[in-house]
Design a protein around this ligand. Structure first.
Ligand code: 8YV
Length: 320
């Protein structure tokens, strides 16, 4: 009998075809997120699963799924998975590193430019029929070229963001748990500084760190107060890295100038105040969402599951 697997959300046809060559596949192509109860019920008799960030894999769930051997996330971030609980129960967990770096960096820049140049605010105003003619002081924004870019988290995605800064003649500063190799710093023309200095000097601060207990509310009220009043904050990392309530206050009070956000605490239920604020550009967690990138991410998760259940050695193991 073939191993049984669950695909928890809608995926591309080739992903299901790949899985069907090896497994009995049950899939949720209706794409309605499965609640904790439904997920546990459907995983109870499965050997493995392709999952997404909307599926929480924790001890309570694992206790109800005795056959489960592998959970393969369609995401590089894996804060939806309790890695220690998986390890303790011998469940392999995997992610999708590398394939989404460039798309996510592209989108970081989409947010930087849209936020600095007030693009979505201006478009909403124009669509509302309010444009009566050109004015010298209309929608004055912030220069991106020549500005100081601060990158918090200089992993693969942070580095891809830094590479794109060259064309904008920016000063690039970064902070990371560990300083990156001198050769990488040199090629990116990026200088390592303390978090305090990064906050104080960045005109544009982008967050590219994973969400862990250490990065929870890494940017809260005290950090926002250290930033410049003309600064722009960009978050394509995870909700929870930023204290959203503190950010709303900072945007209201002018503690910082603006923010461009792709991720939120408790998404998709973002704080209603964000919707009222003009100085924030809001996206629905789409930084990696290009056709080719999402196909590669989903296929990578499927390949991880095939390897996990056939060889026990998936390439992108995070529970090793
Ligand atoms: C995914 C992401 O789209 O990879 C990540 O960590 O945040 C996004 O690229 C999302 O997590 C889907 O599960």
């Amino acid at each position: 009998m073939k191993p049984r697997v669950l695909v928890t959300r809608e995926v591309f046809d080739e992903v299901l075809e790949c899985l069907a060559r090896h497994f009995d596949v049950e899939s949720n192509q209706d794409d309605v997120p499965l609640g904790a109860e439904e997920l546990a019920r459907r995983l109870a008799d499965k050997d493995g699963a392709v999952i997404t960030l909307s599926d929480r894999i924790d001890e309570a769930l694992l206790a109800r799924c005795p056959r489960l051997k592998a959970v393969c996330n369609i995401a590089v971030g894996y804060n939806n998975i309790d890695v220690a609980a998986c390890r303790a129960r011998g469940v392999m967990a995997t992610n999708t590193p590398g394939v989404l770096d460039e798309a996510t960096a592209d989108f970081t820049w989409a947010l930087i430019l849209a936020t600095a140049r007030r693009l979505t605010e201006a478009e909403a105003w124009l669509r509302a029929g309010r444009w009566e003619g050109w004015k010298l002081k209309q929608f004055l924004g912030h220069d991106v070229h020549g500005a100081t870019l601060g990158i918090l988290g200089m992993g693969r995605i942070g580095q891809a963001v830094a590479r794109r800064a060259r064309g904008f003649d920016m000063t690039v500063l970064y902070h990371n748990r560990r300083r990156v190799d001198a050769a990488i710093e040199q090629s990116l023309n990026a200088r390592y500084v303390s978090l305090d200095e990064l906050l104080a000097r960045a005109d544009i601060l982008t967050l590219n760190v994973p969400y862990t207990p250490e990065t929870h509310h890494l940017i809260g009220a005290p950090q926002l107060r250290r930033m410049k009043p003309n600064a722009i904050l960009i978050n394509v990392a995870r909700g929870g890295v930023v204290d959203d309530r503190a950010l709303v206050e900072a945007l209201k009070q002018g503690t910082i100038a603006a923010a461009g956000l792709d991720v939120y605490e408790n998404e998709p239920k973002l704080l209603p105040e964000f919707l009222e604020l003009k100085n924030v550009v809001l996206a629905p967690h789409i930084a990696s969402s290009t056709e080719s990138t999402r196909r590669r991410m989903a296929m990578m998760a499927a390949e991880n599951l095939v390897a996990a259940l056939t060889t026990g050695k998936p390439p992108n193991l995070i529970t090793g």
